[in-house]
Design a protein around this ligand. Structure first.
Ligand code: ADP
Length: 499
């Protein structure tokens, strides 16, 4: 059935909350402490449900289950094809629950229901199928040794992996981190963000339905400094995979270093530039710039939060941007007219508004927006600042909200220099019809993804991740699969060789 009732602008038939306990070794269980925490609906600020609050003891139980499933269980031992078959079934089950899952992310994260239904959730199923198809194509190499030795490599799963997930894409991030790990034959503990635990628990349930052996996927809901930190510092976790803020990423790496030197991959913050050159179609460029900062209400690590426009088209661009920003309607994520839902929680809402105030105090001009919308919930207007200087906080810090900083440039060299003037390096966009400009700029920008005449052009086969303080390791593509594999070299003398 539909979650949008007829005859009304936005009233919603909320999804039933079926799963609120920890998912360990194939069972839903209370936390050892018996504690629970509230998950809040950002549309209203009201409580949706109370969810089990996992902590160190619960992480210990989950790691034990994952360890056993890895050391003695069938998952890493079955053929890649067989793992792939179960992952395909998992994908089919997700497809059967698209609306329910999209609705859970809408009430928990304020994400557009239409977007979840059309893009996020169907793509989660496609992502599982992509890696399912890779599961039986994992192999090493035969080596051409310099002496009379026979050598080859095996690619083996890294073991038990811990996945610490952010709240901005609760479903996509769950599987960007878990699907390649599953294909590799790893077992895992997944900790969703405390703001958005609901869909993750549902994915635990569907894993079991798909025939995933117990202990392969364990879901621990809870807070970062407790449950998250317990994963990062656990002696029996072989890898920790984290997506979130640069500040927490640093803590994860420290915890890994001081515990068992587990492998780490980090996908962290960004302040990605979008460079628009004089020859661009101004109308299209303005659309792209707004998409780049307003999609998912700016809560996206690759958001184009710094927009640099060449001086010849600057004035026209500003005019278009102001007009077009009106099309980005803020409203209930279930209302088909809405293009931005609420920010995820009160903390983010306050943080974004305080950056806006700071921008005004520093002397930037508000072209549009800048205020909250409505009396309840965490809605903020699409906001664009002009007269931004490179050293203002709104130009240097990741705001993680619908706030664009617009700046001007004269030459290509100046554009490159300004684009690279950041501690981050996640993505960049270039808008030009000039191939020389596009090629030169894409090679000069230090970022993991360059989008030319497009933005957010994601594909499951195209990896992305950070340069500089945006982290290391890659999501998506074969790069992400290799993160969960390690190489073993096997060497033996050829018969009678004097090795
Ligand atoms: P944001 O700043 O965007 O809210 P965070 O980086 O704080 O994102 O959170 C991303 C994920 O990291 C969440 O699942 C959160 O619970 C977790 N987390 C936060 N602090 C820690 C920590 N000290 N150790 C491990 N995980 C943490």
């Amino acid at each position: 059935g539909s979650y949008i009732e007829e005859n009304s602008a936005s009233p919603v038939k909320l999804p039933t909350i079926k799963f609120t306990k920890l998912f360990i070794n194939g069972e839903f269980v209370d936390s050892v402490s018996g504690k629970t925490f509230e998950t809040i609906d950002p549309r209203t600020g009201e409580v949706i449900a109370r969810v089990a609050e996992g902590d160190k003891e619960d992480v210990d139980l989950a790691v034990k289950a994952a360890r056993q499933a890895f050391d003695d269980g069938p998952w890493p031992r079955m053929s890649g094809a067989e793992r792939g078959r179960i992952m395909m079934k998992y994908a089919d089950l997700i497809d059967e629950h698209i609306e329910e899952l999209a609705a859970l992310d809408a009430i928990d994260a304020g994400k557009l229901f239409s977007g979840g239904k059309a893009v996020d959730i169907p793509n989660v199923a496609r992502l599982l199928r992509y890696y399912a198809g890779a599961a039986d194509k994992i192999h090493g190499e035969v080596l051409k040794m310099s002496r009379e030795l026979h050598g080859y490599t095996l690619r083996e799963p890294i073991g038990v992996s811990g996945h610490i997930i952010p709240w901005n894409f609760p479903s996509s991030m769950f599987f960007m981190m878990s699907a390649p790990a599953l294909a590799a034959g790893c077992t895992m503990i997944v900790k969703p963000a405390e703001q958005t635990p609901l869909s993750a628990l549902f994915y635990g349930h569907l894993a079991k339905q798909a025939g995933m052996p117990d202990g392969v996927i364990n879901v621990i809901t809870g807070y970062g400094p407790t449950a998250g930190a317990a994963i990062a510092s656990h002696m029996d976790v072989d890898k920790v995979c984290f997506t979130g803020s640069t500040e927490v990423g640093r803590k994860i790496m420290q915890a890994a270093a001081t515990s068992n030197l587990k492998q780490v991959s980090l996908e962290l913050g960004g302040k990605s530039p979008l460079l628009i050159f004089d020859d661009a179609d101004v109308d299209k460029a303005a659309d792209l710039a707004l998409l780049g900062i307003l999609y998912n209400k700016g809560e996206i690590c690759v958001a184009s939060s710094r927009v640099f426009v060449q001086e010849g088209i600057y004035d026209e661009f500003v005019k278009k941007l102001k007009e077009k920003a009106k099309d980005w309607v803020v409203g209930d994520p279930f209302d088909p007219r809405s293009r931005l839902g609420p920010q995820v929680d009160k903390q983010q809402f306050d943080k974004i508004l305080s950056y806006i105030e700071h921008g005004k105090r520093e002397g930037a001009s508000l072209l549009t927006g800048g205020k909250p919308v409505g009396k309840k919930g965490y809605f903020i207007e699409p906001t664009v600042f002009t007269d931004v200087k490179e050293d203002m906080m709104i130009a240097t810090d990741e705001i993680f909200g619908p706030v664009m900083s617009l700046m001007k440039f004269k030459t290509i060299d100046e554009a490159i220099k300004k684009a690279n003037n950041t501690k981050y390096g996640l993505a960049a966009g270039i808008v030009t019809k000039n191939l020389d400009v596009a090629n030169t700029v894409s090679r000069s920008i230090r970022a993991g993804t360059i989008w030319i005449n497009c933005y957010f052009a994601f594909d499951n086969d195209c990896s992305y991740g950070g340069y500089k303080m945006s982290g290391f390791g890659r999501h998506l593509g074969m790069e992400a699969l290799h993160k969960f594999l390690q190489v073993k070299s096997v060497v033996t003398p050829i018969y009678n060789s004097p090795w």
